[in-house]
Design a protein. Structure first.
Length: 568
């Protein structure tokens, strides 16, 4: 027993994740969660996923109703599964899983998570490179492998910048991402608005003056319900339930897999899970719809199949240089925190490496992956696999947290016995995944529908196997929520509130005016009609850069001044 405890202590040194529950004075308000979700989920993946729905033959009903249902289910999963456990324990998933599954299970989870993060970050670098390649005349990269050696050099350059910035200034990059979020969302909307006129004309509708005519345009020119033929045979359309299921599982690792416990442990109450709606309906609803319209419009203007265009081409043809910048920033601000998270996860097996070394090695692997756009072209499938592989960890935690007390089983029994590995948890996880693989290979269930049987099978197996390892009413469980021990923190003395300096007001107003200009200019293009649409659109490409440049300068200054004032 002594040797076992010593081994556990050695494994514990691998973790730098917070082990103590957060204190009450560290809890954050509702605005933080709304902003966090809105910023994180309006990202580079939205350019790709929105266009893929068009390519995969979704219909208007699939998109507008199916996405609504799926995103509501995702919000409810955050609210009723992830947030309550996070608020009750005030722990990250990493450390809570360590208490439940033992150090070995946590290492397995971290390594798997890190590999998947590397692939996802690589996809984001590829998305950024799809815009950087445009000035060099490099063709669109829509195959699983690079078709132009120059694209590899572009990826290596973008990857080097991303890795360097991730090493040197993650906190500053996170702040810059906050500044970018409202502008980036407007770019999605702007790109859709300027493409409405050519799409409506191609559908034989003329001006769009009602929701009915807008939906009719969507049926005829965007979400047509048909898949382009490959080898002379049209593909199978995506369908309503697949769209709804994908919207639900798109962030399965975060909500059903409980990864976002790290975020919600700072929530004042579990109902803050509802603020995930800001990310789901701004990013995974409006941005996906806008990206689909943008993609269909770009394909029409270039007279090329949408399947032959990447995110850079779509955004550039819609918004010019501003669109290309939007793709670069969306990929950049998404790949940096993803790369950072991958480095954290890899530290579970590299305890003697510095943060710089871990991030550098992780970045090299990620950049190598980014040279092959296979994730970019198969993003929907990868996102489904990503959630499916990690979700059983959440199922194990949910089962032990809520169902064990109802069944008279002790919680945290593996930790209390100083076990290196919770064998029932590991067997349940891998058996459920093996069953999912069998269902997938035999085409019994589509990838997007596998998460429900996998979740249920993992939970049931974990309960049954645990009954073989422990006795009911065994060792007493640890308290559900533990406040940090020691004296309560003494509130710091604050300076009296000061009036905001004039420069803060000026930059704030200029930033707001710039955003308004970015929102208004695309509607002027729409109002110009179809006769001279291309000329007006070309003019927009130049003029849109003016409020964009002003916003980035004034918005960054305003944010830093406001943040400094709040710190004081």
């Amino acid at each position: 027993m002594k040797q076992s405890r010593e081994a556990v202590e050695r494994f514990d040194r691998l973790y730098e994740f917070d082990r103590e529950p957060v204190s009450k004075d560290s809890l954050l308000g509702a605005g933080y969660f709304a902003g966090s979700f809105a910023g994180e989920h309006v990202a580079a993946t939205e350019f790709v996923i929105g266009a893929m729905f068009v390519k995969w033959g979704a219909t208007v009903q699939d998109i507008f109703l199916g996405l609504a249902i799926g995103n509501v289910l995702a919000v409810l999963t955050w609210t009723f599964l992830c947030a309550p456990i996070a608020v009750q324990t005030r722990l990250t998933l990493y450390w809570y899983l360590r208490r439940i599954g033992g150090p070995f299970l946590s290492v397995i989870y971290n390594v798997l998570n890190a590999v998947l993060f590397c692939i996802l970050a690589g996809c984001m670098i590829t998305v950024s490179a799809s815009a950087v390649r445009i000035p060099f005349g490099i063709p669109d990269q829509t195959m699983w492998y690079p078709t132009d050696i120059r694209f590899v050099f572009v990826v290596l350059g973008v990857g080097a910048v991303v890795v360097t910035l991730a090493i040197l200034g993650f906190k500053r990059l996170a702040a810059f991402a906050t500044v970018c979020s409202p502008w980036l969302f407007l770019m999605f909307i702007a790109g859709a608005v300027v493409m409405v006129t050519p799409l409506s004309e191609s559908a034989g509708l003329g001006a769009i003056d009602s929701l009915e005519s807008f939906f009719e345009m969507g049926r005829r020119a965007v979400w047509t319900g048909t898949v382009p033929a490959t080898g002379g045979v049209p593909g199978e359309p995506m369908g309503f339930w697949k769209v709804a299921a994908f919207a639900w599982i798109c962030n399965l690792a975060m909500h059903g897999g409980l990864s976002d416990m790290a975020l919600f442990r700072y929530a004042k109450r579990a109902s803050y899970g509802l603020y995930s709606a800001f990310g789901m309906f701004l990013g995974h609803y409006l941005a996906w719809i806008a990206a689909g319209i943008m993609g269909a419009g770009a394909a029409l203007m270039l007279q090329q199949p949408l399947a032959d265009l990447d995110a850079g081409s779509v955004a550039f043809n819609a918004l010019g240089i501003s669109g290309a910048i939007a793709v670069i920033i969306a990929g950049w601000t998404t790949s940096n925190p993803t790369l950072y998270r991958a480095g954290l996860a890899f530290q579970a097996v590299t305890p003697n490496w510095s943060r710089t070394k871990v991030t550098l090695v992780t970045g090299v692997v990620t950049t190598a992956i980014a040279c092959f756009p296979f994730v970019f072209t198969k993003l929907l499938d990868f996102v489904g696999l990503y959630g499916l592989l990690l979700m059983p960890a959440g199922a194990i935690v949910i089962t032990e947290h809520w169902f064990f007390p109802l069944l008279g089983l002790p919680r945290y029994w593996a930790s209390q016995k100083s076990l290196l590995l919770n064998i029932p948890a590991l067997v349940s996880w891998f058996f459920a995944l093996g069953t999912a693989l069998a269902l997938y290979l035999t085409e019994t269930l589509h990838l997007f529908f596998l998460f429900l049987p996998v979740f249920a099978l993992t939970s049931v197996l974990y309960i049954l196997l645990t009954l073989l390892f422990v006795e009911r009413g065994g060792a007493p469980e640890e308290p559900e929520s533990v406040e940090p021990t020691g004296n309560p923190p003494v509130p710091a003395l604050r300076e009296p509130a000061r009036a905001a300096p004039a420069i803060q007001w000026i930059t704030g107003l200029l930033a707001l005016a710039s955003l308004i200009a970015c929102a208004v200019l695309p509607f002027l293009v729409y109002a110009a009609g179809g006769e001279n649409h291309r000329e007006v659109l070309s003019s927009l490409h130049g003029w849109l850069m003016v409020p964009t440049a002003v916003y980035f300068v004034t918005g960054t200054i305003f944010y830093n001044l406001r943040r400094g004032a709040q710190s004081r």
